[in-house]
Design a protein around this ligand. Structure first.
Ligand SMILES: C[S@@+](CC[C@H](N)C(=O)[O-])C[C@H]1O[C@@H](n2cnc3c(N)ncnc32)[C@H](O)[C@@H]1O
Length: 408
C-alpha cells in the first residue's frame, strides 16, 4: 500500500458486533476500497479510494474519512429520540421487529444499488427499507399485507412533501381532536375536512396510532400524547427537509402498496434488488401486536388474519401453512427480480408447538429451489429479543445472470 496515498477510515464507535464489522468490510469492497482493519478493528487503512466522494456519500459503518465526517454520520444527527438508530422519521410508530437502518444502508451498498435503480421489500413492515433507500436516492417499492404498515411506511417517506400543508391544518385538527376527546366520541373526520391530500390526513392518523400505542403500552393520556406526537413528527419531518438541503441529498421515491408477497403486483424482472425480512414463522403475532392500531383504522383484527403469513391456520397446521406461503414468496421474488441481481433475506430462528425450526436453513433451501444461487450468511445477534428467537441470519443470494447453468 502506498503510504502517501493511504487514507484512514474510522469505524462507527456505536458498532459492537462482528456482523457490523463484516458488513463494513463488504460495503467498503463494494464501494471500491481495498482495506485492512488495524488491531483495534476500529480503523481501516486503505489505498486512495477509486471514488472518495462516493465513499463519503454512501458508507454506513464508516463515520469519518481522514477525520472528515461522512454523510451518514451527519445524517444520523437529525435525531429527536434517545436511540441512535431512530433518526429522521424512523421513530414514527413503535413497530416490533423493525430493521436496523444502518444495516439496510450497508446492504444497499453491498448490493451495489445506484440512484435510479429500484429495490423491493415485499414485507415492508414499518418502512425501514423505503426510508433508507430514499436517503440514497434509490427508488423503493414496499409491499405489506397490513394496512397499519403501509400507512406508517408512507408517512415516513412522504410527509416531507406535504409538511407546509400539515402545519397549515395542525391547529384546526387539534381543536377537532380535543373536542372529540371531550365528548368521548371516536375521532372520525372525513379526509375532505382536513385536506384533499391523503398524505396530510395520513400524517395525523399515524400521530393518532402512536397515541393509541402509548395509551395501550404506557398508559399515557390519549389526547396529550396525540397532540405531542403531531408536534414531534412535524419537527422530524422538518429535519428531513433540513438534512436534504444541508447534505445535498436527492431523495428517491417510495411506492408503498398494500398487497400480498405471495402474489406480487409487479412485472417479471422489474426490480434491481430485494432486501426483506419475512415473518419469523409463528414467532410473533403481528395482528395481536397491532390490534389497537388496526381497530383505530376500522379493521377487525379477528377477520383480517386470513392472508397474514405466520398467523394463518390453527396451531397444528400453522407451520406447514407458513412454509407453503414462504415457498410461494420465494418463487415470486425470483420472478420479479432482474437476472444478475441480489436478494437479501434477514430471518431468525422460529419455534412452533415447542419445536425449534432452523428458519435460515429452511430459507436457503426454499430460495435455492426457486432458482436463487446462495452466496453467504452473516450471523447477527438479535437486539430486543422476543419470543424464542434470539439470533438472526442475513442471507444473500443472486438470481443467476441469463444463460448461466446452475449446478445444485
Ligand atoms: C419482520 S416484519 C417486517 C419488518 C420490517 N423489515 C421493518 O423494518 O419494519 C414482517 C412483515 O410481513 C408482513 N406480512 C405478513 N404476511 C404478509 C403477506 N402475505 N404479504 C406481505 N406482507 C406480509 C407483516 O405485516 C409484517 O409487517
Amino acid at each position: 500500500m502506498n503510504a502517501m496515498a493511504a487514507v484512514e477510515l474510522h469505524m462507527d464507535p456505536h458498532a459492537q458486533f462482528i456482523y457490523e464489522l463484516a458488513l463494513a468490510h463488504l460495503e467498503l469492497r463494494a464501494l471500491g476500497v481495498l482495506s485492512e482493519p488495524n488491531a483495534t478493528l476500529r480503523l481501516f487503512r486503505a489505498g486512495r479510494p477509486v471514488d472518495p466522494e462516493k465513499l463519503a456519500r454512501r458508507a454506513a459503518y464508516i463515520v469519518a474519512i481522514d477525520r472528515v465526517q461522512t454523510v451518514y454520520a451527519r445524517l444520523r444527527q437529525y435525531n429527536r429520540t434517545a436511540s441512535v438508530n431512530q433518526y429522521l422519521s424512523h421513530w414514527f410508530y413503535p413497530y416490533k421487529g423493525k430493521f436496523h437502518p444502518q444495516m439496510v444502508r450497508a446492504l444497499l451498498n453491498i448490493m451495489q444499488l445506484e440512484p435510479g435503480n429500484t429495490v423491493l421489500d415485499p414485507f415492508i413492515g414499518s418502512g425501514t427499507t423505503a426510508l433508507e433507500a430514499q436517503l440514497l436516492g434509490i427508488r423503493c417499492i414496499g409491499v405489506d399485507i397490513s394496512p397499519v404498515c403501509t400507512l406508517v411506511a408512507r408517512v415516513k417517506t412522504d410527509s416531507w412533501r406535504v409538511l407546509e400543508r400539515v402545519l397549515a391544518y395542525r391547529d384546526q385538527y387539534e381543536v377537532i381532536a380535543r373536542a372529540a376527546e371531550k365528548a368521548g366520541v371516536r375521532l372520525h373526520l372525513p379526509a375532505e375536512e382536513i385536506s384533499d391530500d391523503d398524505r396530510v390526513w395520513n400524517f395525523f392518523k399515524v400521530a393518532e396510532l402512536i397515541a393509541h400505542s402509548d395509551r395501550a403500552r404506557r398508559d399515557r393520556p390519549f389526547i396529550e400524547s396525540h397532540v405531542a406526537n403531531i408536534k414531534r413528527m412535524a419537527i422530524s419531518t422538518q429535519d428531513m427537509l433540513d438534512a436534504r438541503a444541508a447534505l445535498g441529498l436527492h431523495f428517491g421515491t417510495a411506492d408503498i402498496r398494500q398487497g400480498d408477497a405471495r402474489n406480487l403486483p409487479l412485472e417479471t424482472g422489474s426490480v434491481d434488488g430485494i432486501v426483506t425480512s419475512p415473518p419469523y414463522a409463528v414467532t410473533l403475532d403481528y395482528i395481536e401486536n397491532d390490534a389497537h392500531a388496526l381497530r383505530a383504522l376500522g379493521y377487525n383484527p379477528l377477520t383480517i388474519r386470513e392472508n397474514f403469513i405466520g398467523v394463518r391456520g390453527n396451531r397444528r397446521d400453522r407451520m406447514d401453512l407458513y412454509l407453503d406461503d414462504m415457498r410461494r414468496c420465494c418463487t415470486e421474488m425470483y420472478r420479479v427480480l432482474r437476472a444478475g441481481c441480489w436478494l437479501t433475506l434477514i430471518i431468525g430462528n422460529g419455534t412452533s408447538e415447542a419445536r425449534a425450526f432452523d428458519l435460515p436453513a429452511l430459507s436457503i433451501d426454499m430460495c435455492s429451489a426457486a432458482g436463487f444461487e446462495y452466496v453467504r450468511t452473516i450471523e447477527k445477534p438479535m437486539r430486543g429479543r422476543y419470543g424464542d428467537s434470539n439470533a438472526e441470519s442475513i442471507l444473500m443470494f443472486i438470481k443467476p445472470p441469463m444463460g448461466t447453468v446452475q449446478v445444485r
